[in-house]
Design a protein around this ligand. Structure first.
Ligand code: TYM
Length: 326
């Protein structure tokens, strides 16, 4: 049975890029009953950037609520918090000792973060190794992710091959990234990659009024007059409508803009309406789960017990191979 695994960091409420790039493709895969799905909240990775206990706790709940809002079925999915299966940190140590330093020093996500952030800690540097441990601990075959994670998946596969080779046994399954070409790189309101680190993300769970404000204020449009014809490609509005609600709906707005007599404000309202309509149910379910944290806790603990049982066996096998048993 193929294993599908992916994680979302709890650094914020998941944004539209996380949802379209990872959560929805992962849930679609999980509906194939020939697969075993493992979806988790990467709350240990969050510590590389957040040191506030309250924020980590709140965001962990919101990532969990988002998974459930978009249809994760806890009956057939192992749904867990990374920090609650601490075997992953032991595995990360073993993997660290098989990871060449230059491989991490050259990782572009580290280079990018170390240029941008003031807190350049060692956790940020070894981030890809913990991610490799997340994946290799459970023998995942497929990892649905956005384009920004491709290099991390390559590093994971390299580490797995290296351990198998050095230990002369197939301890680890070699995983592959599962990338949906259309949704691999969702643009933010400024046209750059949508990211928590930039002020360009859309939180689709905001109340309508605040969501309208985000769309109106963050998407910068030219100063053409209402009657002017407009280039639909001069900003991301139509692209985002297409990603959320499909081509037909985006083409409607594109046509109107090309004809003239249709302002950027109208186009922004089209985007707002698309989000409110298409995500009406997930928005409701998200609020439901955010108010039912006891239910969330119970669901997660069930997933954590399943994940831990597997993790313990895997580590036993590895300890044996490394000479730490018996
Ligand atoms: P994170 O939380 O930064 O992102 C979660 C997922 O969302 C995808 N994503 C995007 N996809 C398309 N367009 C975007 N603009 C966009 N922004 C984010 C990311 O590619 C990712 O799939 N390192 C991971 C978390 C992680 C993980 C793992 C993932 C930890 N361990 C093991 C898979 C397997 C990350 O940065 O997530």
């Amino acid at each position: 049975m193929a294993r599908i695994l992916t994680g979302i960091q709890s650094t914020n409420i998941p944004h539209l890029g996380n949802i379209l790039g990872a959560i929805l493709p992962a849930i679609t895969q999980s509906q194939n009953h020939a697969h075993q799905s493992l979806f988790f909240i990467a709350d240990l990775h969050s510590l590389t950037s957040i040191k506030d206990a309250g924020a980590i706790h709140r965001h962990t709940l919101s990532v969990a609520a988002t998974w459930l809002a978009f249809g994760l079925n806890p009956e057939n999915t192992w749904f867990y918090r990374q920090s609650r299966v601490p075997q992953v940190t032991e595995l990360a140590w073993y993997l660290n000792c098989f990871t060449p330093y230059p491989m991490l020093a050259n990782a572009h996500s580290f280079k990018d973060k170390s240029n941008r952030l003031s807190d350049v800690n060692a956790g940020l540097f070894t981030y890809p190794v913990l991610m490799a441990a997340d994946i290799l601990l459970y023998d995942a075959n497929w990892v649905p992710v956005g384009k920004d994670q491709i290099q991390h998946l390559e590093i994971t596969a390299d580490i797995a091959r290296s351990v198998n080779h050095r230990l002369q046994q197939d301890v680890f399954t070699i995983p592959e990234a599962l990338i949906n070409d259309h949704h691999a790189l969702i643009p933010g309101t400024d046209g750059q990659k949508m990211s928590k680190s930039y002020q360009n993300y859309i939180n689709i769970f905001l109340p309508e009024k605040e969501l309208r404000q985000v769309i109106n204020q963050q998407i910068i449009t030219d100063s053409s007059l209402l009657q002017d014809t407009k280039d639909p490609n001069s900003n991301v509005i139509c692209q985002l409508i297409e990603l959320v609600a499909g081509t037909a709906r985006a083409n409607y707005t594109r046509q109107k803009l090309l004809q003239g007599g249709y302002g950027w404000g109208h186009a922004k309202t089209d985007l707002l309406q698309a989000i409110l309509e298409i995500y009406a149910e997930p928005r409701q379910r998200y609020n439901y789960y955010m108010n039912q944290t006891t239910e969330l806790e119970t669901l997660l603990q069930k997933g954590e017990a399943r994940a831990m049982a597997y993790a313990q066996l895997k580590l036993q096998q590895l300890r044996q191979a490394l000479g730490y048993n018996g």
